[in-house]
Design a protein. Structure first.
Length: 261
């Protein structure tokens, strides 16, 4: 009787300790297609999940709130970010600016660039272990067609990336190409260095798997990684490929006035 009770108490204590020790992941943009898949994947991997949205009531009504929590956050408002990131171990951003708000508050300039700057600064202040940024395959390509009708989105995404590369906050930048909405885990994933993949198509659920894997994979840190679907490999063969991607080169800080003349 005593042994039975002791084992039960010990088991309960282990479960309780495990639950308390779960790392907290903040998924920024949790109501978006990739963001929602990331929320589900992070929970499936045992993380404590907090998802951000600009409208908590609407998010609760459309997605529910089972096993995670919603928090209101606008990446343009530092006080919002501080509240959302409090206690976070990791941050995964799946935000993207609007093509239909040229120069406005929801434009790529204010979301894909300034929003990343805001989130990175506060993540550093809070001691976040890793900031994972969802970017795009064409980031930094001036003549990329999307720039013509989407307010130079690929250039703003690149500037957001570069802010991370120039800083000392640990990061992983993930660049998917075209995004699908079918079930993930049905095919392999191509995972290579930036500039090594011209085109790609990948399911959002598979992007989420890469984003969450980056949190615990030491070979994902301080790298810019292009990803796409791969019908010629098995679904679980890609995780070791992080190691083959070279770390981003250290970059010099911007010139100060009077330098370089």
């Amino acid at each position: 009787m005593f042994k039975s009770i002791s084992i039960s108490v010990l088991t309960a204590a282990v479960i309780s300790t495990s639950a308390l020790a779960a790392d907290l992941v903040v998924v920024v943009g949790g109501t978006g297609g990739t963001g929602w898949e990331t929320v589900k994947e992070a929970m499936a991997q045992g993380y404590d999940v907090r998802a951000t949205t600009t409208n908590v009531k609407r998010a609760q009504e459309s997605k529910g709130e089972d096993g995670f929590t919603w928090v209101k956050m606008d990446a343009r408002i530092p006080d919002d970010i501080r509240k959302a990131f409090a206690g976070a171990d990791y941050v995964i951003s799946t935000l993207g600016g609007s093509c239909f708000d040229t120069g406005g508050p929801r434009s790529p300039r204010h979301v894909d660039f300034q929003g990343v700057v805001n989130m990175a600064g506060i993540s550093k202040d809070y001691g976040v272990k890793l900031f994972v940024l969802t970017s795009a395959l064409g980031a930094g390509i001036p003549d990329q067609p999307l720039n013509q009708f989407c307010d130079n989105v690929q250039m703003w995404k690149w500037l957001g990336e570069d802010y991370l590369r120039d800083g000392d906050l640990p990061y992983s930048i993930i660049r998917p190409g075209g995004l699908g909405t079918d079930e993930g885990g049905k095919q392999g994933i191509t995972l290579v260095g930036a500039g090594e993949l011209e085109t790609s198509f990948i399911q959002r659920a598979d992007v989420a798997k890469v984003l969450v894997e980056a949190l615990s994979n030491k070979d994902a840190v301080n790298k810019t990684i292009a990803i796409g679907g791969d019908a010629n490999s098995k679904p679980d063969e890609w995780r070791d490929d992080f190691a083959a991607v070279a770390a981003d080169a250290a970059q010099a800080p911007p010139l100060r006035p009077g330098q370089g003349e």
